[in-house]
Write a protein that binds this ligand. Structure first.
Ligand SMILES: *Cc1c(COP(=O)(O)O)cnc(C)c1O
Length: 353
């Protein structure tokens, strides 16, 4: 089929959406995607390996009920306040589809998670970016002034790493005309958040993922907490069988037996991040203050610097022309040998400017 005929049959709103395809060529040291660079939680790895062949032949649970129970215990809330998905990407997409009419708006502070405007357009919803407040707190009144049906907040925010203040989040929650989606993909690194308090509000959905602190990105497990009536709508939109049998078992094992491992790796990541920030500042760079497991480092011509780093087998994520920031590299914090390799490569890459 020619490109032209496939365009003619695609839904109009889809034609301008680009396929999500960042440069993912294999690289010895991959600091580009904010995953857990210390490895896999051991009980989860065992559970995945030991999943019986019989379990692969049957469909998994419709809505991952055991995983919901384990997550509810982890969050300290009732099971009916939890929804899961194939990664939090799936939960976000399902929530946007369930909670906003086509033609309505979703507002967020820019720059933020790049998939959000994509999910918005895919669901016929208009994405509206507003600037951050000075210091990268969210600007509640700018978000509210859009009148958007959904306000998306991300804290700690990807790609800046910065966290919103509780007062600013609460101002949005108290005044939003519709629903607030709070993305806490990096919540474990911040150490506190809204997963436990979300069910007490009717207008708040808080999303989390097992892809980052939990070290299970390959299993694609996302989840969210909220009022049971809100969560039910998201689950409807998500549909059945989105968490595989292997993923559900491994995730339950991680939540049961690997929490100390996860906590220790979170502490490792925070320490590595702070050491890396000091080293970058010593080189004359100015990483943004981060509450997550990565740093955003403004540099001139980020794609060129990222290409030179790749020649040293180090992958980072380049961004161009970020609102209020300009070009920057996003770098995942990892074990010391990886950070040393990054710094060595970066000294060379910046020296050839
Ligand atoms: C990584 C990330 C996600 C997606 O996580 P998955 O659960 O792997 O789909 C969602 N939101 C933010 C802000 C992220 O950085």
């Amino acid at each position: 089929m020619t490109a032209r005929s496939s365009l003619a049959i695609a839904r109009a709103g889809y034609r301008d959406i680009a396929l999500y395809a960042p440069d993912r060529a294999a690289c010895a040291i991959d600091l580009s995607d904010n995953t857990n660079l210390w490895g896999t939680p051991p009980a989860a790895a065992r559970a995945a390996r030991d999943t019986a062949a019989a379990a692969l032949t049957r469909y998994p649970a419709l809505y991952a009920s055991e995983l919901k129970e384990a997550l509810a215990t982890y969050a300290g809330i009732a099971t009916e306040c939890v929804v899961t998905g194939c990664g939090s990407d799936d939960v976000l997409d399902s929530a946007i589809r369930a909670l906003a009419e086509p033609g309505s708006r979703i507002a967020y502070a820019e720059p933020t998670f790049a998939m959000v405007p994509v999910f918005a357009r895919m669901n016929g919803i208009e994405p509206v970016g507003v600037p951050f407040a000075p210091g990268f707190d969210i600007d509640p009144d700018a978000l509210l002034a859009t009148g958007a049906r959904i306000i998306y907040l991300c804290s700690p925010n990807n790609p800046t790493g910065t966290a919103a203040t509780r007062a600013a989040v609460e101002r949005v929650l108290d005044r939003a005309p519709g629903v607030v989606i709070l993305d806490e993909a990096y919540g474990e690194f911040l150490g506190h958040g809204f997963i436990a308090s979300a069910p007490a509000r009717e207008n708040l959905l808080v999303t989390r993922t097992m892809s980052k602190a939990f070290g299970l990105a390959g299993l694609r497990i996302g989840w969210a907490t909220g009022h049971p009536s809100l969560v039910r709508e998201v689950e409807k939109s998500r549909g059945p069988y989105k968490v595989s049998a292997v993923a559900e078992r491994a995730a339950c094992a991680a939540l049961g037996e690997d929490l100390d491992w996860v906590r220790a790796r979170v502490a490792d990541a925070r320490a590595a991040r702070d050491r890396l920030a000091s080293a970058l500042r010593a080189m004359g760079l100015a990483p943004l203050p981060s509450a997550a497991n990565f740093l955003l480092v403004p540099v001139a011509d980020a794609p060129a610097v990222a290409r030179r780093l790749r020649e040293c087998d180090v992958a980072v994520r380049p961004f161009t022309a970020l609102p209020g920031i300009g070009d920057a590299l996003r770098v995942t914090a990892g074990p010391e040998p990886m950070m040393d390799a990054l710094l060595r490569a970066l000294r060379e890459a910046v020296a050839c400017e």
